[in-house]
Ligand binder design. Structure first.
Ligand code: SAM
Ligand code: SF4
Length: 385
């Protein structure tokens, strides 16, 4: 690859299942970072003031797993339902969870409050499509009152336009909007419902409401939309919206995923770099995106190379599914029900124990490339992407 500044190349610390202590495989440990976790919910710390040493003391120690990875990011799925049926995610005729099985907002806020006290700093609301659930603005208000450093939402954008202002008013910081094609006919074919113009207008509404920077998620599917890499890069340059190209993961509900459908992120970056030279941008947080700015300073693109360059070694994420399961990985094959604890009258310490147990049970890596890899029972929309 010529001219690309800072492209990392093959990752020698690529974590795989079985990496870590006692396995001879390296696992990248987290750098020491400023964090807040006192025993009390005192709100976010002033930047750079959190004393790292004190994080390991007290009843509410931070969430560090067996491989030294600090967990401070929580994805909360509020529904498994959706108004679209994207081909890489959800089939027609999908059966949803009965509503009583979904966590009520009070229950979600309770778990989020415990997570906050355990050192979780950022929360992303997702689904299914989070905006199809009634009252989501109220949920955002209640989550915002817990004082997370970052409160964001991932949406397909179809219902966002009129909700952008209320969501921002309720305390949402920013949105990621999924958009897999810039061609109306292809958008319709991939997403099977909804239309491109509504989603593009929603990006404007989100920015006008102060929910920027609006990041645009693009799942690339070989032979379907991978000829739009340059078009999306041009879009990022024109609009200033960071575009994130996501590798297709074996989490589609129909189970049709095959490696041949994955568009390797390295190829994506190489193609863009050939047209518009790129410069790698250092990540200031644990974001899985490998980021690049255009050398002429006109915007940014990124790749999420979950399949070809897994970022498990620095993964800081926990997930709460809409029906109340705690998951330590998108690909985990086991999970813990926090809904049972909540509905059996469990106290906050019981919830915290479940969260800690989920973190401690996390594997070193998702193992997609391992011969014995088995995809999880849940698909993406039932987990929360
Ligand atoms: N409905 C919302 C949306 O589409 O943005 C939020 C939930 S969706 C599951 C979250 C993200 O996961 C979206 O960007 C979506 O395109 C992505 N996604 C869905 N299925 C995927 C798959 N099999 N592999 C990779 N990404 C996927
Ligand atoms: Fe719905 Fe998002 Fe899945 Fe598409 S990717 S079907 S919008 S949950």
């Amino acid at each position: 690859m010529s001219g690309l500044v800072g492209y990392p190349g093959p990752d020698p610390t690529l974590p795989a299942r079985g990496a870590g202590p006692g396995t001879g495989q390296p696992v990248r440990l987290l750098p020491t970072r400023a964090h807040h976790t006192s025993g009390h919910d005192t709100g976010p710390p002033a930047a750079g003031t959190a004393p790292a040493a004190s994080l390991r003391t007290g009843a509410w120690d931070p969430l560090v797993d067996a491989f030294g990875r600090l967990h401070d990011d929580l994805r909360i799925s509020v529904t498994d339902r959706c108004n679209l049926r994207c081909i890489h995610c959800m089939p027609e005729g999908v059966v949803f969870r009965p509503r009583p099985e979904l966590l009520q907002y009070e229950e979600i806020v309770r778990v989020a409050g415990v997570a906050r006290r355990l050192g979780v700093r950022s929360v992303r609301i997702t689904g299914g499509e989070p905006l199809v659930r009634r009252g989501v603005v109220d949920l955002v208000r209640r989550l915002a009152s817990l004082g997370f450093d970052d409160l964001s939402l991932t949406t397909n954008g179809t219902l966002l336009g009129p909700l952008a202002g209320p969501l921002a008013g309720a305390g949402l910081h920013r949105v990621n909007i999924s958009c897999d094609s810039l061609r109306p006919d292809r958008f319709a074919a991939i997403r099977r419902r909804g239309d491109l113009a509504t989603v593009l207008a929603a990006m404007d509404s989100a920015e006008a409401a102060g929910l920027g920077p609006v990041k645009v998620n693009v799942v690339l599917l070989a032979g379907i939309n991978d000829d739009e890499v340059e078009a999306f890069a041009a879009f990022a340059r024109r609009t200033g919206r960071p575009v994130r190209f996501i590798e297709f993961m074996p989490l589609d509900a129909p189970g049709d995923w095959s490696r041949s459908q994955v568009v390797p992120s390295a190829d994506v970056i190489e193609r863009i770099n050939r047209r518009w030279p790129l410069v790698a941008v250092a990540n200031s947080d644990q974001s899985p995106a490998e980021r690049y700015r255009f050398a002429d300073s006109q915007g940014e693109v990124g790749v999420i190379a979950s399949v070809t360059r897994p970022f498990c070694g620095t993964c800081n994420r926990l997930r709460l599914t809409a029906d109340g399961a705690l998951r330590n990985c998108l690909f985990a094959r086991s999970e813990r029900s926090v809904r049972d604890i909540l509905r059996d009258g469990g106290d906050d310490e019981a919830i915290a124990s479940a969260v800690r147990a989920a973190v401690m049970a996390k594997a070193a890596g998702h193992g997609i490339d391992e011969p014995g890899f088995l995809r999880p029972q849940r698909s993406m929309s039932m987990i929360g992407g």
